[in-house]
Design a protein around this ligand. Structure first.
Ligand code: ATP
Ligand code: BTN
Length: 321
Protein backbone atom coordinates (compact mmCIF):
# COMPACT_ATOMS: atom_id res chain seq x y z
CA UNK A 1 0.00 0.00 0.00
CA UNK A 2 1.13 3.55 -0.65
CA UNK A 3 2.81 5.44 2.18
CA UNK A 4 -0.28 7.02 3.74
CA UNK A 5 -3.04 4.78 2.41
CA UNK A 6 -3.80 3.02 5.69
CA UNK A 7 -3.87 6.24 7.69
CA UNK A 8 -6.10 7.92 5.11
CA UNK A 9 -8.48 4.97 5.02
CA UNK A 10 -8.65 4.89 8.83
CA UNK A 11 -9.50 8.59 8.72
CA UNK A 12 -12.23 7.96 6.14
CA UNK A 13 -13.75 5.35 8.46
CA UNK A 14 -13.52 7.63 11.51
CA UNK A 15 -14.99 10.53 9.51
CA UNK A 16 -18.17 8.45 9.09
CA UNK A 17 -18.68 9.08 12.82
CA UNK A 18 -19.05 6.89 15.90
CA UNK A 19 -16.54 4.60 17.57
CA UNK A 20 -14.36 2.14 15.69
CA UNK A 21 -12.40 -0.47 17.61
CA UNK A 22 -8.75 -1.28 16.98
CA UNK A 23 -9.86 -4.82 16.21
CA UNK A 24 -12.38 -3.73 13.56
CA UNK A 25 -9.85 -1.40 11.92
CA UNK A 26 -7.14 -4.05 12.11
CA UNK A 27 -9.37 -6.59 10.35
CA UNK A 28 -10.16 -4.05 7.64
CA UNK A 29 -6.47 -3.79 6.69
CA UNK A 30 -5.21 -7.17 7.81
CA UNK A 31 -2.89 -5.66 10.43
CA UNK A 32 -2.62 -5.98 14.21
CA UNK A 33 -4.28 -3.69 16.79
CA UNK A 34 -0.79 -2.52 17.75
CA UNK A 35 -0.18 -1.46 14.14
CA UNK A 36 -3.49 0.43 14.16
CA UNK A 37 -2.49 2.18 17.37
CA UNK A 38 0.75 3.29 15.66
CA UNK A 39 -1.18 4.63 12.68
CA UNK A 40 -3.53 6.50 15.01
CA UNK A 41 -0.50 8.18 16.62
CA UNK A 42 0.72 9.16 13.15
CA UNK A 43 -2.68 10.67 12.35
CA UNK A 44 -2.60 12.59 15.63
CA UNK A 45 0.76 14.02 14.56
CA UNK A 46 -1.04 15.49 11.55
CA UNK A 47 -3.05 17.55 14.03
CA UNK A 48 -6.22 15.43 14.22
CA UNK A 49 -7.83 15.10 17.64
CA UNK A 50 -8.72 11.41 18.15
CA UNK A 51 -9.59 9.86 21.48
CA UNK A 52 -10.02 6.31 22.63
CA UNK A 53 -12.56 4.89 25.05
CA UNK A 54 -11.81 1.54 26.66
CA UNK A 55 -14.08 -1.15 25.22
CA UNK A 56 -15.43 1.11 22.46
CA UNK A 57 -12.49 2.18 20.34
CA UNK A 58 -11.43 5.35 18.57
CA UNK A 59 -13.51 8.40 17.70
CA UNK A 60 -12.81 11.81 16.18
CA UNK A 61 -13.17 14.64 18.72
CA UNK A 62 -14.68 16.85 15.98
CA UNK A 63 -16.69 15.75 12.94
CA UNK A 64 -14.63 15.90 9.75
CA UNK A 65 -15.71 16.21 6.12
CA UNK A 66 -12.92 15.05 3.84
CA UNK A 67 -12.21 16.56 0.45
CA UNK A 68 -13.49 14.35 -2.34
CA UNK A 69 -11.44 14.01 -5.50
CA UNK A 70 -14.53 12.81 -7.41
CA UNK A 71 -16.49 15.94 -6.52
CA UNK A 72 -13.57 18.20 -7.47
CA UNK A 73 -12.79 16.44 -10.73
CA UNK A 74 -16.47 16.37 -11.75
CA UNK A 75 -16.13 20.16 -11.76
CA UNK A 76 -12.60 20.72 -13.03
CA UNK A 77 -11.45 17.45 -14.64
CA UNK A 78 -7.73 16.79 -14.49
CA UNK A 79 -6.95 20.45 -13.76
CA UNK A 80 -7.35 19.84 -10.04
CA UNK A 81 -5.25 17.33 -8.15
CA UNK A 82 -6.01 16.31 -4.56
CA UNK A 83 -2.93 15.17 -2.68
CA UNK A 84 -4.13 14.62 0.88
CA UNK A 85 -0.69 14.66 2.56
CA UNK A 86 1.98 16.91 1.08
CA UNK A 87 4.91 19.11 2.11
CA UNK A 88 3.52 22.29 0.55
CA UNK A 89 1.01 22.70 -2.29
CA UNK A 90 2.97 25.76 -3.49
CA UNK A 91 6.23 23.80 -3.61
CA UNK A 92 4.55 20.91 -5.41
CA UNK A 93 3.43 23.15 -8.28
CA UNK A 94 6.67 25.17 -8.33
CA UNK A 95 8.58 21.92 -8.84
CA UNK A 96 6.73 21.21 -12.06
CA UNK A 97 5.84 24.57 -13.59
CA UNK A 98 7.21 23.53 -16.99
CA UNK A 99 4.59 20.82 -17.42
CA UNK A 100 1.57 22.77 -16.13
CA UNK A 101 -1.17 24.69 -17.88
CA UNK A 102 -2.56 27.89 -16.40
CA UNK A 103 -5.29 27.10 -13.91
CA UNK A 104 -3.75 23.83 -12.66
CA UNK A 105 -4.57 23.37 -8.99
CA UNK A 106 -3.22 21.30 -6.12
CA UNK A 107 -5.36 20.86 -2.99
CA UNK A 108 -4.28 19.15 0.24
CA UNK A 109 -5.71 18.04 3.58
CA UNK A 110 -2.41 18.45 5.44
CA UNK A 111 0.88 20.21 4.77
CA UNK A 112 3.99 19.08 6.62
CA UNK A 113 5.88 22.19 5.49
CA UNK A 114 3.19 24.76 4.76
CA UNK A 115 4.80 28.16 4.45
CA UNK A 116 3.92 31.82 4.65
CA UNK A 117 5.79 34.88 3.49
CA UNK A 118 9.54 35.03 4.02
CA UNK A 119 9.86 31.39 4.97
CA UNK A 120 7.51 31.57 7.95
CA UNK A 121 5.50 28.49 8.83
CA UNK A 122 1.85 28.09 7.80
CA UNK A 123 0.25 25.80 10.39
CA UNK A 124 -1.71 23.20 8.39
CA UNK A 125 -3.50 20.55 10.49
CA UNK A 126 -5.25 17.71 8.62
CA UNK A 127 -8.82 18.13 7.45
CA UNK A 128 -9.55 21.30 9.39
CA UNK A 129 -8.81 23.97 6.81
CA UNK A 130 -8.25 24.57 3.11
CA UNK A 131 -4.79 24.53 1.52
CA UNK A 132 -4.64 25.06 -2.20
CA UNK A 133 -2.40 26.47 -4.91
CA UNK A 134 -3.04 27.48 -8.51
CA UNK A 135 -0.49 27.79 -11.29
CA UNK A 136 -0.74 30.70 -13.74
CA UNK A 137 1.58 31.74 -16.56
CA UNK A 138 1.51 35.52 -16.74
CA UNK A 139 2.70 36.86 -20.10
CA UNK A 140 2.92 40.38 -18.66
CA UNK A 141 5.89 39.12 -16.59
CA UNK A 142 6.95 39.54 -12.99
CA UNK A 143 6.25 43.26 -12.71
CA UNK A 144 2.52 42.54 -12.92
CA UNK A 145 2.62 40.01 -10.06
CA UNK A 146 2.20 42.52 -7.20
CA UNK A 147 -1.13 43.77 -8.51
CA UNK A 148 -2.21 40.23 -9.14
CA UNK A 149 -1.74 39.20 -5.53
CA UNK A 150 -4.09 42.00 -4.41
CA UNK A 151 -6.65 41.02 -7.03
CA UNK A 152 -6.65 37.45 -5.73
CA UNK A 153 -7.42 38.59 -2.17
CA UNK A 154 -10.40 40.66 -3.31
CA UNK A 155 -11.69 37.82 -5.50
CA UNK A 156 -11.64 35.42 -2.56
CA UNK A 157 -13.46 37.78 -0.20
CA UNK A 158 -16.06 38.52 -2.88
CA UNK A 159 -16.52 34.77 -3.43
CA UNK A 160 -17.17 34.35 0.32
CA UNK A 161 -19.72 37.16 0.18
CA UNK A 162 -21.52 35.39 -2.67
CA UNK A 163 -21.82 32.39 -0.36
CA UNK A 164 -23.43 34.67 2.24
CA UNK A 165 -20.27 34.87 4.38
CA UNK A 166 -20.05 38.54 5.32
CA UNK A 167 -17.54 40.56 7.32
CA UNK A 168 -14.24 39.23 5.97
CA UNK A 169 -11.71 42.00 5.27
CA UNK A 170 -8.28 42.41 3.72
CA UNK A 171 -4.94 43.38 5.15
CA UNK A 172 -2.46 44.70 2.58
CA UNK A 173 -0.91 43.05 0.71
CA UNK A 174 -2.64 39.68 0.94
CA UNK A 175 -4.12 38.50 4.19
CA UNK A 176 -7.79 37.90 4.92
CA UNK A 177 -8.96 39.10 8.30
CA UNK A 178 -12.07 38.54 10.38
CA UNK A 179 -12.69 40.74 13.39
CA UNK A 180 -9.03 41.82 13.39
CA UNK A 181 -7.72 38.25 13.37
CA UNK A 182 -6.04 36.40 10.53
CA UNK A 183 -8.44 34.07 8.70
CA UNK A 184 -6.39 33.27 5.60
CA UNK A 185 -3.12 34.05 3.90
CA UNK A 186 -2.15 34.21 0.26
CA UNK A 187 1.37 33.46 -0.89
CA UNK A 188 2.38 34.26 -4.46
CA UNK A 189 5.64 32.68 -5.54
CA UNK A 190 7.21 32.70 -8.98
CA UNK A 191 9.85 31.33 -11.21
CA UNK A 192 10.93 32.88 -14.50
CA UNK A 193 13.28 35.55 -15.75
CA UNK A 194 12.87 39.29 -15.83
CA UNK A 195 11.46 40.25 -19.21
CA UNK A 196 9.95 36.82 -19.87
CA UNK A 197 6.58 35.36 -18.90
CA UNK A 198 6.29 34.71 -15.16
CA UNK A 199 5.36 31.29 -13.82
CA UNK A 200 3.24 32.08 -10.80
CA UNK A 201 2.01 29.85 -8.02
CA UNK A 202 -0.73 31.40 -5.95
CA UNK A 203 -1.28 29.60 -2.66
CA UNK A 204 -4.18 30.14 -0.29
CA UNK A 205 -4.50 28.79 3.22
CA UNK A 206 -7.86 29.43 4.87
CA UNK A 207 -8.83 28.36 8.36
CA UNK A 208 -12.25 26.72 8.38
CA UNK A 209 -12.68 24.88 11.67
CA UNK A 210 -9.25 24.80 13.27
CA UNK A 211 -9.17 23.54 16.88
CA UNK A 212 -8.80 26.31 19.49
CA UNK A 213 -5.80 24.57 21.05
CA UNK A 214 -3.82 24.51 17.78
CA UNK A 215 -0.21 25.39 18.54
CA UNK A 216 2.47 27.29 16.66
CA UNK A 217 0.59 30.37 15.46
CA UNK A 218 2.18 33.59 16.62
CA UNK A 219 -0.71 35.98 16.10
CA UNK A 220 -4.49 36.12 16.71
CA UNK A 221 -6.34 33.98 14.16
CA UNK A 222 -9.92 33.20 13.12
CA UNK A 223 -11.78 30.34 11.43
CA UNK A 224 -14.49 30.55 8.78
CA UNK A 225 -16.92 28.71 11.06
CA UNK A 226 -17.11 31.93 13.11
CA UNK A 227 -18.08 33.88 9.99
CA UNK A 228 -20.60 31.22 8.98
CA UNK A 229 -22.00 30.87 12.50
CA UNK A 230 -21.97 27.07 12.07
CA UNK A 231 -19.50 24.20 12.14
CA UNK A 232 -20.96 22.57 9.07
CA UNK A 233 -19.10 24.16 6.19
CA UNK A 234 -19.11 22.07 3.02
CA UNK A 235 -15.36 21.99 2.28
CA UNK A 236 -15.79 20.59 -1.24
CA UNK A 237 -18.29 23.28 -2.23
CA UNK A 238 -16.09 25.96 -0.72
CA UNK A 239 -13.03 24.67 -2.56
CA UNK A 240 -14.99 24.72 -5.84
CA UNK A 241 -16.16 28.32 -5.23
CA UNK A 242 -12.66 29.53 -4.38
CA UNK A 243 -10.98 27.76 -7.30
CA UNK A 244 -13.60 29.20 -9.69
CA UNK A 245 -13.19 32.70 -8.23
CA UNK A 246 -9.42 32.52 -8.54
CA UNK A 247 -9.57 31.30 -12.11
CA UNK A 248 -11.97 34.09 -13.10
CA UNK A 249 -9.92 36.75 -11.29
CA UNK A 250 -6.70 35.73 -13.02
CA UNK A 251 -8.38 35.67 -16.43
CA UNK A 252 -9.84 39.15 -15.79
CA UNK A 253 -6.52 40.45 -14.54
CA UNK A 254 -4.82 39.44 -17.78
CA UNK A 255 -7.49 41.33 -19.74
CA UNK A 256 -8.07 44.40 -17.61
CA UNK A 257 -5.20 44.66 -15.10
CA UNK A 258 -6.13 46.79 -12.08
CA UNK A 259 -8.83 48.81 -13.86
CA UNK A 260 -11.70 49.65 -11.50
CA UNK A 261 -10.00 47.69 -8.79
CA UNK A 262 -9.04 50.34 -6.20
CA UNK A 263 -12.65 50.83 -5.05
CA UNK A 264 -13.20 47.09 -4.71
CA UNK A 265 -10.11 46.81 -2.52
CA UNK A 266 -10.83 49.89 -0.40
CA UNK A 267 -14.34 48.68 0.44
CA UNK A 268 -12.79 45.61 2.02
CA UNK A 269 -9.62 47.14 3.54
CA UNK A 270 -9.55 46.13 7.23
CA UNK A 271 -7.41 49.12 8.19
CA UNK A 272 -8.93 51.85 6.02
CA UNK A 273 -8.81 55.15 7.99
CA UNK A 274 -7.21 53.41 10.95
CA UNK A 275 -3.76 54.05 12.51
CA UNK A 276 -1.15 51.61 11.21
CA UNK A 277 2.57 51.20 11.01
CA UNK A 278 4.61 49.97 8.08
CA UNK A 279 7.70 47.96 8.95
CA UNK A 280 10.49 47.89 6.37
CA UNK A 281 13.52 46.14 7.82
CA UNK A 282 14.80 48.40 10.61
CA UNK A 283 12.51 51.26 9.54
CA UNK A 284 8.99 51.91 10.88
CA UNK A 285 6.59 54.58 9.63
CA UNK A 286 3.32 55.34 11.35
CA UNK A 287 0.24 57.06 9.98
CA UNK A 288 -3.35 56.54 8.90
CA UNK A 289 -4.12 53.87 6.30
CA UNK A 290 -5.79 55.32 3.19
CA UNK A 291 -6.21 52.14 1.17
CA UNK A 292 -4.30 51.49 -2.06
CA UNK A 293 -3.55 53.28 -5.36
CA UNK A 294 -3.77 52.07 -8.99
CA UNK A 295 -0.33 50.46 -8.76
CA UNK A 296 -1.35 48.41 -5.74
CA UNK A 297 0.80 50.45 -3.33
CA UNK A 298 -0.51 50.99 0.22
CA UNK A 299 -1.28 54.64 1.02
CA UNK A 300 -0.19 56.09 4.34
CA UNK A 301 -1.15 59.55 5.55
CA UNK A 302 1.54 61.14 7.70
CA UNK A 303 2.28 64.77 8.56
CA UNK A 304 3.98 64.96 5.13
CA UNK A 305 0.71 64.13 3.37
CA UNK A 306 -0.30 60.86 1.71
CA UNK A 307 2.63 58.70 0.59
CA UNK A 308 2.60 55.39 -1.27
CA UNK A 309 4.62 52.28 -0.34
CA UNK A 310 5.08 49.13 -2.36
CA UNK A 311 7.28 46.02 -2.13
CA UNK A 312 7.34 42.52 -0.75
CA UNK A 313 9.50 43.46 2.23
CA UNK A 314 6.87 45.70 3.83
CA UNK A 315 4.76 44.47 6.75
CA UNK A 316 1.65 46.33 7.82
CA UNK A 317 0.63 46.31 11.48
CA UNK A 318 -2.21 47.77 13.54
CA UNK A 319 -1.02 50.83 15.47
CA UNK A 320 -4.02 51.52 17.68
CA UNK A 321 -3.09 52.29 21.29
P1 ATP B 1 3.31 40.14 6.92
O1 ATP B 1 2.49 41.37 6.87
O2 ATP B 1 4.74 40.41 7.16
O3 ATP B 1 3.05 39.21 5.81
P2 ATP B 1 2.10 38.22 8.65
O4 ATP B 1 2.02 38.23 10.10
O5 ATP B 1 0.83 38.15 7.90
O6 ATP B 1 2.90 39.49 8.26
P3 ATP B 1 3.04 36.01 7.15
O7 ATP B 1 4.41 35.55 6.87
O8 ATP B 1 2.24 36.53 5.99
O9 ATP B 1 3.07 37.07 8.26
O10 ATP B 1 2.26 34.81 7.78
C1 ATP B 1 2.87 34.07 8.78
C2 ATP B 1 2.15 34.39 10.07
O11 ATP B 1 0.94 33.68 10.06
C3 ATP B 1 2.92 33.98 11.30
O12 ATP B 1 2.66 34.90 12.33
C4 ATP B 1 2.27 32.66 11.66
O13 ATP B 1 2.33 32.35 13.03
C5 ATP B 1 0.83 32.89 11.24
N1 ATP B 1 0.14 31.65 10.91
C6 ATP B 1 0.66 30.43 10.63
N2 ATP B 1 -0.30 29.54 10.38
C7 ATP B 1 -1.47 30.19 10.50
C8 ATP B 1 -2.84 29.82 10.36
N3 ATP B 1 -3.20 28.59 10.03
N4 ATP B 1 -3.78 30.79 10.57
C9 ATP B 1 -3.44 32.05 10.89
N5 ATP B 1 -2.18 32.47 11.02
C10 ATP B 1 -1.20 31.55 10.84
C1 BTN C 1 0.82 34.12 4.58
O1 BTN C 1 -0.09 34.76 5.07
O2 BTN C 1 1.96 34.19 4.99
C2 BTN C 1 0.54 33.22 3.41
C3 BTN C 1 0.14 31.85 3.83
C4 BTN C 1 -0.10 30.97 2.63
C5 BTN C 1 -0.43 29.54 3.01
C6 BTN C 1 -0.80 28.72 1.81
S1 BTN C 1 -1.47 27.15 2.23
C7 BTN C 1 -1.37 26.61 0.58
C8 BTN C 1 -0.06 27.14 0.05
N1 BTN C 1 1.03 26.24 0.33
C9 BTN C 1 1.92 26.77 1.17
O3 BTN C 1 2.94 26.19 1.59
N2 BTN C 1 1.55 28.01 1.51
C10 BTN C 1 0.33 28.41 0.85
Amino acid sequence: MKEHTIKLTILKTLAEGGFHSGEELGEQFGVSRAAISKHIKGIQEWGVDIYRVQGKGYQLAQPMQLLDEKVLSAQFGALVELIPVIDSTNQYLLDKVDSLESGAVCVAEYQAKGRGRRGREWVSPFGANLYMSMFWRLDAGMAAAMGLSLVVGVAIVEALEKLGLEGVKLKWPNDLYYQDRKLAGILVEMSGQAGAAANLVIGTGMNLMMAEQTEGITQPWASLKEVAGTDSIDRNKLAISLITALHNALTDYELYGMRGFVERWNRLDNFLDRPIKLIMGPREITGICRGINEQGAVLLETENGVESFIGGEISLRDNAN
